[in-house]
Each structure stands twice: as C-alpha cells, then as structure tokens.
Write a protein that binds this ligand. Structure first.
Ligand code: VGL
Ligand code: ZN
Length: 209
C-alpha cells in the first residue's frame, strides 16, 4: 500500500516491563519488535510512546492496601484497573526494548506521569479530558493517517486508536505488530469497538507491499 509523507507510525509502549520477564509482561510482547522495525522503514514520521509512572502511581495495586493486581477500583474519573507496578520512571523496566529501532523517531511521548491519573491513550489521559499534547502535534504537523502498532492491543493501542479516530483521523491498526493482554474479555471488546468505530485491522504485509 502507498504510504505518504503525511502518514504517521505510532509505536505504543514497546518497553521492557511489557515484554517477557517484565513486571506486566504481555504474552509474546517482544514479538512486535521485528515487525515494527520492518514496517518503520516505510514511514517518514514515527512517534514512540513510553508508559512512565511515578512509584506512587494510582494504577499500582501495591499503592492500595488490600487490593490485588487486576482488581478494579473507582476513582475521580471512573473505573481503573489496578496493575502490578510497572514502567516506573527512570527504571530499566521503563526503557524501550533494546532491539526496538528508536533512532529515527521524531517524537517520544511519555504518558501516565501524574500520580493521580492513568493514561492508556496516547492522546488523552483516563479522564478522557486531559490532553497529552499528541493531538496538537498531529494536527500542527498536518499528519493524516495514523498507523498503530505496539503494546497492549486491548489497552493502550485500543484507547489511542479510538481517540485518534474520534478526533477525525483515519486510523489503521497493524494487527501482527501488536500483542494483547486479554483481561476479562478485553480483546473481544477491542475487536467489537474497532468494528463499530471503523478502525480496520490489517496485516503488516499489506503495508510492505
Ligand atoms: C498498558 C496497562 C497499564 C499498556 C499500560 O501499555 O497497554 N496497560 N499500563
Ligand atoms: Zn501503565
């Protein structure tokens, strides 16, 4: 498929903690690295995101006495899944996977850095109101189609894709350059939501052709 200078590759959270051996390992998380490096060669615009939390972050089960990872709590902005502590700012777990080619990224965007609010989406934090700045970046640079890759398909990739679509961008998810957590039916819900929103899931080979 023809990739233009207006298209952008968004690489979500390909960090050690989401790969094998990490604090919140996504099954075969590191399996996205080769695929992303390959498709990246087709794009002039590449944006990487990094999940980046303070140690006392609201999304960590360990910061809520009596709660376990994967429990859900209600906070100011609605419900929030509690996770094992992960991607703590400045730690090895928060670094990009060592084989991910980061050299030609034009932007590295960190999200989830405020103690009292999580951010799955790369565009808006979990209150669906607080901007990360990425929407302004995409608009100001007049970027068009947003191609999504990374971790995890059913959380940060999903919410980023939906927010971009809702804000008028054409969004395409490269399925084999993503992996899912699949918590309580979240993967099936993601597929349904992509269908409803008009977000196609394509194969990497389609991008390479
Ligand atoms: C993510 C859960 C918590 C993700 C980040 O990158 O999908 N999931 N923090
Ligand atoms: Zn996180």
């Amino acid at each position: 498929m023809k990739i233009s200078d207006r298209d952008v590759l968004l690489v979500i959270d390909v960090q050690n903690d989401f790969c094998s051996g990490g604090a919140l390992a996504v099954p075969d998380g590191e399996g996205v690295v080769g695929a992303i490096n390959r498709v990246a060669s087709r794009f002039a615009n590449r944006v990487l995101t990094q999940d980046w939390h303070p140690a006392d972050h609201i999304s960590f089960a360990s910061n809520h006495p009596g709660k376990q990872p994967f429990d859900t709590i209600t906070c100011d902005y609605g419900s929030q899944v509690l996770w094992p502590a992960h991607c703590v700012e400045g730690t090895k777990g928060a670094e990009f996977h060592r084989d991910l080619d980061t050299t030609r990224a034009s932007l590295v965007l960190r999200k989830g850095f405020r103690r009292s609010i999580d951010s799955y989406s790369a565009l808006f934090e979990n209150d669906h109101r607080t901007p990360t700045g990425l929407l302004g970046y995409l608009r100001e640079r007049e970027l068009g189609r947003v191609f999504m890759t990374g971790l995890a398909l059913d959380f940060c990739v999903r919410y980023s894709a939906e927010d971009a679509r809702r804000n008028g961008f054409e969004v395409i998810v490269i399925g084999d350059a993503c992996r899912a957590i699949d918590l309580g039916g979240s993967l099936a819900a993601t597929h349904q939501s992509f269908d409803a929103a008009g977000i196609p899931l394509i194969h990497m080979e389609t991008v390479m052709e």
